[in-house]
Design a protein around this ligand. Structure first.
Ligand code: ADP
Ligand code: ASP
Ligand code: MG
Length: 446
């Protein structure tokens, strides 16, 4: 077997003892010459906040010229405790800490750029710590810093993407390195050297980029659950594990709220046809979920449900729409211009309804749309997405989904089905979402 990527999420490195478990899991896979990707220190108990969130608060205060000493101190204390318990020395992160204190003082640049540099330190600390632990345990490891990683991204700060043509540069200088490479997830940089991040939860995407660059045999996502379930386990605790799903199914589920995998992970893995396996750091022997290039139609027609709450719906209509072929192009151009991402669209001859899941630049979008359309907004909506390869060419699936909603007394709005026919996506009020998902799960999956 060839090489593998092993990506460890925030909860997997949230305490010193978890970091030690991670080192043992890596040791058990040494024969596969793993490339290790690490997230920032996450939460180990309810109420604690992730280092990435703490860095965001720090950046906000510092950029606004407000006092931030206690925030910086909390971040230091958290890492100091882990470092001490691991019997390492502060020296293992001291140079990176220096860089953070310099970066935080350099506020004379746009906030989005500033934030990404500050964000990057979460993953840089955790990777340095894991690398030091591996070396202490006699496993030769080499920490990789952002500029060595070679993830050259676009300039879309907070949600940057590595264009396909730049993928070869990822770790280009390290193809023959014998030591275990310990790579900070989530970070990249622009061609002119400004640090970017790949979107919240984006360490999974880093794992896929590294995997694609090295053409590994498998990309392993180590997290706090044993694989992807057929529904969010917080809403449906008895939702079962999905053994194997296709890249297309995984992409739909990840895009519509199955947080266990970042949606951008799929594209590089799919292009290089590398299976992605989701595994549990807290139960390393448990079988996980394999995502691969295989359209498995057997089993249930509807395989899984995902959902996204807090979505905003825009209803747009214009008298000039009738018969005007350029209208939709003009409309979507406004969203493209302000980089406001659209999730679901439904159109009729006289109106367009669509959803956005963040309000970034939404004011500007609406202002511009109003110059040629009527626009109204509805807040507090949830998108529900049901997914299954078996839905292709199977009649009666949507009938079943919507009659289930009718029986549950849930009002459904804005329905859409992609041309791949592996998903049906629709919208409900936030207040009905949990009831709708449970009803669907018990009627169509369990
Ligand atoms: P990590 O820090 O390892 O990246 P995440 O918090 O990003 O972990 O993802 C794991 C979490 O995703 C799980 O703890 C679970 O609550 C949530 N989750 C949401 N939907 C699903 C699903 N369908 N299957 C499994 N986990 C899910
Ligand atoms: N640390 C980043 C976040 O919290 C990236 C990740 O965990 O994948 O979003
Ligand atoms: Mg994650």
């Amino acid at each position: 077997m060839g090489r593998i990527v092993m990506k460890f999420g925030g909860t997997s490195v949230a305490t010193s003892s978890r970091i030690l478990s991670v080192a043992e899991i890596i040791r058990s896979r040494l024969h596969q010459r793993p490339l290790v990707v690490v997230s920032a220190v996450g939460v180990s108990f309810k109420g604690e906040s992730k280092i990435t969130d703490q860095l965001e608060s720090l950046a906000e205060l510092a950029h606004a010229g407000k006092p931030f000493d206690s925030n910086l101190e909390a971040i230091r204390t958290k890492h100091e405790k882990i470092i001490e318990e691991l019997e390492l020395s502060w020296d293992s992160v001291a140079s990176t800490w220096e860089l953070l204190t310099k970066a935080i003082a350099n506020t004379n640049r746009p906030y989005r750029e500033f934030l990404d540099e500050i964000f990057s330190f979460g993953e840089r600390f955790s990777s340095r710590i894991l690398s030091a632990v591996l070396n202490n345990k006699g496993i030769p490891a080499r920490y990789i810093d952002v500029d060595e990683l070679g993830s050259i991204t676009d300039q879309n700060f907070q949600d940057a993407t590595v264009p396909v043509e730049n993928e070869e540069q990822v770790l280009a200088g390290f193809r023959d390195e014998e030591r275990i490479l310990v790579i900070p997830g989530f970070v990249g940089r622009t061609p002119d050297g400004r640090i970017t991040t790949l979107g919240r939860g984006g360490s999974d995407y880093t794992a896929a980029l590294v995997g694609a660059a090295f053409e590994v045999d498998e990309i392993q996502i180590w997290t706090d659950v044993s694989g992807m379930r057929s529904a969010d386990p917080r809403l449906v605790p008895d939702a079962e594990r999905l053994e194997v799903i296709s890249f297309d199914e995984a992409k739909e589920l990840a895009s519509f709220g199955a947080r266990v995998l970042h949606p951008k992970t799929i594209e590089p893995a799919m292009r290089k046809n590398i299976p992605v396996v989701i595994l549990n750091t807290f139960d390393p022997q448990a079988e996980g979920t394999t995502i691969r290039n295989e359209r498995i139609k057997h089993g249930k027609v509807i395989k899984a449900i995902a959902s996204k709450t807090g979505v905003i719906r825009l209803d747009i209509d214009s008298t000039s729409m009738l018969g005007a072929s350029g209208y939709l192009a003009r409309l979507f151009n406004v969203f493209a211009k302000y980089e406001t991402e659209i999730d679901v669209v439904a159109t009729s001859e006289v109106s367009v309804s669509l959803t956005v899941n963040n309000s970034r630049n939404l004011d500007k979008v609406i202002e511009e749309l109003k110059t040629f359309s009527n626009v109204s907004l509805a807040h507090g909506k949830t998108i529900i997405c049901v997914v299954g390869e078996g839905m292709r060419h199977t009649p009666g699936v949507s009938g079943r989904v919507f009659s289930t909603m009718g029986t549950a007394g849930v009002n459904v709005e804005l329905i859409s089905q992609g041309s791949s026919e592996i998903n049906i996506t629709f919208m409900v009020d936030d207040k009905d979402a949990e009831r709708a998902i449970k009803a669907l799960y018990y009627a169509c999956i369990s």
